[in-house]
Design a protein around this ligand. Structure first.
Ligand SMILES: Cc1cc2nc3c(=O)[nH]c(=O)nc-3n(C[C@H](O)[C@H](O)[C@H](O)COP(=O)(O)OP(=O)(O)OC[C@H]3O[C@@H](n4cnc5c(N)ncnc54)[C@H](O)[C@@H]3O)c2cc1C
Ligand SMILES: NC(=O)c1ccc[n+]([C@@H]2O[C@H](COP(=O)([O-])OP(=O)(O)OC[C@H]3O[C@@H](n4cnc5c(N)ncnc54)[C@H](OP(=O)(O)O)[C@@H]3O)[C@@H](O)[C@H]2O)c1
Length: 597
């Protein structure tokens, strides 16, 4: 009989886990507490208990090229960085393509996962679920915990004396949805991570004053990197990863800092990370530096104390009449349904081998998927973890001894404290093949398949370029098509700049509720709600909020015919930014046929 596997959660990690179970001939049952798939990527106006919550303007900060599953590339016409609605659309395409929905039991919360009495021989678990007030216990041969780690708000109230006296509103970034309700207010955002920066930029267009208060600064990067490529397709090339893995730490730190300061000098903005020795996750925000220069976001040190109405900062300055404080201070996580003897979380760290397996279990039948914070996308890492875990469940791959796993865990912890709080990407093929030494696993691969590494030489780490025809990795299935790619084929080119629409398909459309802005020679840039977090032109283009088009040849009643013969249907507004001198004459002179002024 196929092994029954309980999968907890149907976000990115849960979906790929179901798929990997099926690939290995296992029998998955996925329990999802909410009523749909997508996890964090399913935006809702209201925060739901037990599920990650995002704000309306969230875009991926990892590109579509690097954030897809290895066997299911994103549709060609998707922009390079995706609005959350677009990423959810991708997950739905993935679930439909592989027929995953039938394995998911929605509105079913896992409340307890306990070892069976004969666990030391069977490795089995009793999973208790609750649905519609009814409890059910089921036995499973293995469990994949895919519940995400952005559910529990972390508000360090003890570090902010006086917050209990503060008469304004204060809440965690998890509660923040959109800026409208903050019109005319003075807001202090605490923290300098991606949430804090996005929210400050979001708010500054509508709030009276916005302060971002940071204890340690952050490196701020643009999504648009060298030569206009999405940052991660350049940062995570095989070559640069190889260099990073062999450079001594002090030199690597220098190179990293230099790269981080390439866009702007962080010292001039008061943003230099205090602990420069740590290779922290950068903030990806195309807008923040210009908002700071324009004074619409003001950088402040950490708040020393709150009064009923004011914030007093560490440098002695004080801001009166603060209406709102948003704590964008990150998350903590726990496994409420597991006993501490299985996984004991301390200081927001779970002692897991390669962030996946509890090392002390008599049988390796429980895996945590997606609890990884790489400097890059989580999706391919979660997929590799899931592939590895399912092979371990099946007995195709063995884990090292408990002591070897413990040593690895301690080493990782030391590295996090000493220099790199982010995780390394999964050492994909080594683990999936059951070989622990990176080089041992790679050595036979290199001479035997020259083509794959060559073609994907710019493509990233093991996790990010795992679509290799080594027999271990899957062949890609073209998104939205039913035909599997031929055995041994390689993923489509990972950079297409910007996304090119297939023949006849509309170019990089944005989700239907957002206006598309066409930038023809005579058109202007409008910021729409979705793209306001990224208002410079290259990032608008990579995020799909703006499409650059040739000049308009002719207008019809509702559409614009462009010089290259393409037609944009359903144009609502044409704005002429054709200069100011005798503008009417100019407009009349340049009026395109068909335009009624
Ligand atoms: C604002 C924001 C932006 C981000 N942007 C990026 C990005 O651009 N790129 C990137 O790689 N990563 C990004 N991340 C990280 C993000 O965590 C991953 O992209 C991804 O969503 C992780 O998926 P997951 O399936 O592990 O967790 P989730 O997406 O959180 O899904 C977990 C699922 O488990 C369910 N669940 C939880 N507990 C139970 C239970 N007891 N019983 C049943 N079901 C349960 C939840 O309802 C949920 O559906 C971002 C995170 C945040 C907060
Ligand atoms: N796709 C996107 O655009 C996007 C958007 C939002 C979030 N995300 C992702 O979601 C994850 C969570 O991001 P996040 O920004 O919510 O959290 P985060 O990255 O953990 O950042 C938390 C911030 O709060 C600060 N902080 C924590 N404790 C503090 C204290 N006691 N006093 C003062 N400051 C304190 C931290 O400062 P220190 O750095 O000094 O510790 C840090 O600046 C990240 O992986 C991020 O990449 C992605």
């Amino acid at each position: 009989m196929a092994k029954r596997v309980a999968v907890i959660g149907s976000g990115v990690s849960g979906l790929t886990s179901i798929k990997c179970c099926l690939d290995e001939g296992l029998q998955p049952t996925c329990f999802e507490r909410s009523d749909d798939i997508g996890g964090l990527w399913r935006f809702r106006e209201k925060v739901e208990e037990g599920r990650a919550s995002i704000y309306q303007s969230v875009f991926t900060n990892s590109s579509k090229e690097m954030s897809c599953f290895s066997d299911f590339p994103m549709p060609e016409h998707f922009p390079n960085f995706l609005h959350n609605t677009r990423f959810l659309e991708y997950l739905k395409l993935y679930a439909n393509r592989f027929d995953l929905l039938k394995y998911i039991r929605f509105k079913t919360t896992v409340t307890s996962v306990r070892k069976c009495q004969d666990f030391s021989t069977t490795g089995q678990w009793i999973v208790v679920t609750e649905s519609d007030g009814k409890q059910e216990s089921t036995m499973f041969d293995a469990v994949m915990v895919c519940m995400g780690h952005h559910i529990e708000s972390f508000i360090p109230e003890q570090s902010f004396p006086g917050i209990e006296k503060f008469k304004g509103q204060y809440f965690h970034s998890r509660e923040y949805k959109s800026p409208e309700e903050f019109q005319g207010k003075t807001v202090v955002v605490i923290g300098m991570g991606n949430s804090a920066s996005d929210i400050a930029v979001d708010l500054c267009q509508i709030a009276k004053r916005v302060f971002i208060s940071t204890r340690g600064g952050s490196w701020v990067m643009s999504r648009v990197y060298d030569d206009g490529y999405p940052w991660d397709t350049v940062f995570h090339t095989r070559f640069s990863n190889l260099i990073r893995s062999i450079l001594p730490w002090p030199l690597l730190k220098l190179v990293y800092e230099q790269k981080m300061n390439q866009w702007f000098n962080h010292e001039n903005y008061g943003l230099v990370p205090q602990n420069r020795a740590l290779m922290k996750e950068p903030v990806f925000n195309d807008d923040l530096p210009s908002r700071i220069l324009c004074g619409s976001v003001m950088v402040k040190p950490i708040v020393k104390e709150f009064t009923e109405t004011a914030a007093i900062f560490e440098d002695g300055t004080m801001e009166e009449n603060v209406d709102v404080v948003i704590f964008a201070t990150g998350y903590s996580f726990s496994f409420p349904f597991l006993e501490q003897s299985v996984i004991k979380v301390e200081n927001n760290e779970a002692p897991l081998y390669k962030q996946v397996f509890p090392p002390t279990l008599e049988k390796p039948t429980l895996a945590v998927i997606g609890l990884i914070q790489p400097l890059g996308p989580i999706m391919p890492n979660a997929e590799l973890q899931a592939r590895w875990a399912t092979r371990v469940f099946k007995g195709l791959t063995e884990l090292p001894s408990e002591s070897a796993m413990m040593t690895d865990i301690v080493k990782r912890k030391e590295k996090r404290i000493k220099c790199q709080p982010r995780d390394d990407a999964m050492e994909g093929w080594a683990l999936v093949q059951g070989k622990q030494g990176k080089w041992k696993a790679r050595a036979p691969f290199l001479p035997s398949d020259v083509e794959a590494p060559w073609k994907t030489r710019k493509g990233g780490t093991d996790a990010e370029t795992s679509t290799l025809p080594t027999g271990v990795f899957h062949s890609p299935v073209p998104a939205g098509e039913d035909v599997a790619a031929p055995e041994g084929s390689i993923a489509p080119p990972r950079e297409s700049l910007p996304s090119e629409a297939p023949d006849g398909a509309p170019p990089a459309p944005v989700p239907s509720e957002a206006p598309v802005v066409l930038l023809s020679r005579f058109a202007s840039v409008l910021q729409n709600q979705e793209t306001r977090a990224s208002n410079d032109r290259p990032s608008h283009i990579l995020c799909g909020g703006m499409v650059v088009e040739p000049n308009v040849k002719e207008f019809t009643g509702t559409s614009a015919i462009l010089e290259d013969g393409t037609v944009e249907e359903k144009v609502d507004i044409a704005i002429f930014t054709t200069g100011h001198h005798s503008s009417l004459t100019l407009l009349e002179e340049t009026t395109t046929p068909g335009l009624t002024v």
